[in-house]
Design a protein around this ligand. Structure first.
Ligand code: BES
Ligand code: ZN
Length: 442
C-alpha cells in the first residue's frame, strides 16, 4: 500500500463521532492527528478550542500578491449504527478492490485528506504553492456546526480569503467531474405527544382516550397531500422556483429517475407532482421524518397505550426560504393539528439556509478548468440535496463564495452502513487539489 493510503487509513481509524459524547476524546485525538500532519507538511497548524469539538486551522507561509484559498472540511463523522449491518468493522478501514470501507471514508475524511496530500505534494516538489492556503477543519459539521459561525466572526481578519473550496458533495457518476453550485438548507425539530399520565391497558381504556402514537401518526400524515405537496401554511411562500435553464441542464444529465431508483432500491418514486427526481432532490423543499417512535417495540405483542410518542423531523430548504420562519410555521402547524385531549411539546433543532453561487464567475470557471484537468472530462453543473450550513455563513461572514467540488459517488453510502471511498477518487482528489490551486493562482 502507498504511504499516502497508509496515512489515510490511520486518519480513518479515529471514531470521531461528534454527536456521541462517549467519543469526545476520539474526536480530539483525531484533531491532534491532523495537527501533526499539518506540522509535518510545513504548514502552521493551530488548534482552537470551542465549547464543543476543536477546530483545526493550518496556513501556508503567506506570499504577497497571491490569492488566498480557504479549504474547508470536517473530520467528524456520523454514528455507525445499525452496526450489525456493516460487513467489516466501521472504524477498521478495509480495502476491497478499489473501495475503502470505513465510516468517514467519503464523508468527509477522504475528500479533505486528498486536498491535504495535494498541497503536500506541491510543497515537496516546488517548495511553495501558487496561492496562499488556509485549511479550516471542524469537528462538528454532522451536528450542525454550532460553534463555527461564531469562530468565523471572531477570526474574520485572520481568515480573510478570496475564495473557499470544499470537497464534501457528490459526483453524478464515476469519472464524471461535477461542480455543485447550490445546496439545500436544513431545519430540524422534534416533537413529543403526551396523552395519559401513565401507560394504560389498551383493552380497559382503548377507544375512550387519545393514543399518542396514533396522534403522532396523524400529525405526520397531515404534512403532505396526495401530490406530496407540503401542507404547512406559508411553507412555499419564499421558495425561488427553478430556472428554466437549470431544468433543461439537469434534464440532459443521465436519467435521474432511473438512477434514483437504482441507487435507493425503492420499488418506485414518490415525490412532489410535476418535478423530476433530480428537481425534487436538488431544487425543491421537503419535510422528512427521520425518526418516529412510541409504544412497545419488543418481540411479540403487548396491549398497551403508551403515555407518549415522538417524531423527529428535518426540512430541506431551497433559496430563499428562511429556516427560522420554517421552524416557526411548522411548529405552529403541529400544535394546531394536535387534538386538545393531548399535549404536544415541540423542540426546535439546528438549522441553516440553502446556498447558491454563480458557477460562471471567475473562480467558478477556474474550478471547472481544474475538474477538467483532474478527470479529463467536461464538468457537469448540478445542485445537491444535502446541506452544509456553514457555506452560507462563509459567504455572510467572510464575504466569499465556495467552490463545491465533490468526490462522493452515488453508491458510497454516506451516513449508512458500509460507507466507502474509492482509491480512484482519493487519487483524483489529490490531482484536483493540485490543478485547482494552479488555476486559482493564475
Ligand atoms: N457531506 C454532507 C452533505 C452533502 C452530502 C451534501 C451529499 C451534498 C451531497 C454533510 O456532511 C452532511 O451530511 N450534512 C448534513 C447537514 C447537517 C446540518 C447535519 C446533512 O445534509 O444532513
Ligand atoms: Zn455528512
Amino acid at each position: 500500500m502507498s504511504p499516502q493510503l497508509t496515512e489515510f487509513f490511520d486518519f480513518l481509524r479515529f471514531p470521531s463521532i461528534s454527536t456521541d459524547s462517549r467519543h469526545k476524546e476520539d474526536v480530539r485525538s483525531c484533531a491532534d492527528f491532523l495537527m501533526k500532519k499539518f506540522e509535518s507538511m510545513g504548514l502552521k497548524p493551530e488548534l482552537h478550542e470551542t465549547p464543543g469539538h476543536p477546530i483545526v486551522i493550518a496556513r501556508s507561509e503567506p506570499k504577497e500578491g497571491r490569492p488566498t484559498v480557504l479549504i474547508y472540511g470536517h473530520y467528524d463523522v456520523q454514528p455507525v449504527d445499525p452496526v450489525d449491518e456493516w460487513d467489516t468493522p466501521p472504524f477498521e478501514p478495509t480495502l476491497k478492490g478499489d473501495k475503502i470501507f470505513c465510516r468517514g471514508a467519503t464523508d468527509n475524511k477522504g475528500q479533505h485528506f486528498s486536498h491535504m496530500l495535494g498541497v503536500e505534494e506541491t510543497l515537496r516538489e516546488h517548495g511553495e504553492l501558487p496561492v496562499n492556503v488556509i485549511f479550516l477543519l471542524e469537528g462538528e459539521e454532522e451536528i450542525g456546526s454550532p460553534n463555527l459561525a461564531p469562530f468565523l466572526e471572531k477570526h474574520r481578519d485572520e481568515l480573510k480569503c478570496d475564495i473557499c473550496a470544499v470537497s464534501d458533495t457528490g459526483m453524478i457518476g464515476p469519472g464524471i467531474p461535477t461542480m455543485t453550485y447550490g445546496l439545500r438548507g436544513i431545519a430540524c425539530l422534534e416533537f413529543k405527544v403526551h396523552g395519559p399520565s401513565l401507560d394504560l391497558h389498551s383493552g380497559v381504556y382503548g377507544g375512550a382516550v387519545p393514543n399518542p402514537a396514533t396522534i403522532v401518526a396523524r400529525l405526520v400524515s397531515a404534512l403532505h397531500d396526495a401530490d406530496e405537496v407540503i401542507q404547512i401554511p406559508g411553507f412555499y411562500d419564499q421558495v425561488t422556483p427553478l430556472e428554466p435553464w437549470e431544468r433543461e441542464m439537469w434534464g440532459s444529465l443521465p436519467d435521474g429517475d432511473a438512477a434514483t431508483i437504482a441507487e435507493t432500491g425503492v420499488a418506485g418514486l414518490l415525490g412532489e407532482t410535476g418535478y423530476t427526481a433530480l428537481e425534487q432532490r436538488w431544487g425543491r423543499p421537503t419535510a422528512e421524518v427521520n425518526g418516529i417512535g412510541g409504544g412497545y417495540q419488543g418481540e411479540g405483542s403487548k396491549t398497551v397505550i403508551a403515555r407518549e410518542a415522538m417524531a423527529k423531523f428535518s426540512f430541506r430548504l431551497v433559496p430563499d426560504q428562511d429556516p427560522q420562519t420554517i421552524l416557526e410555521i411548522a411548529s405552529q402547524f403541529l400544535k394546531d393539528q394536535c387534538p386538545d385531549s393531548c399535549r404536544i411539546d415541540v423542540e426546535l433543532g439546528h438549522y441553516g439556509p440553502a446556498y447558491v453561487m454563480d458557477p460562471h464567475s471567475k473562480y467558478g470557471k477556474a474550478a471547472q478548468k481544474a475538474l477538467q484537468v483532474a478527470f479529463s472530462d467536461e464538468p457537469r453543473l448540478i445542485r445537491e440535496g444535502g446541506s452544509i450550513p456553514i457555506i452560507q455563513s462563509i459567504k455572510d461572514i467572510l464575504g466569499v463564495d465556495t467552490l463545491l467540488l465533490g468526490l462522493a459517488l452515488p453508491d458510497c453510502q454516506i451516513h449508512a452502513p458500509n460507507e466507502s471511498f474509492t482509491v480512484t477518487n482519493f487519487e483524483a482528489g489529490i490531482r484536483l487539489n493540485r490543478a485547482l490551486l494552479e488555476e486559482l493562482g493564475r
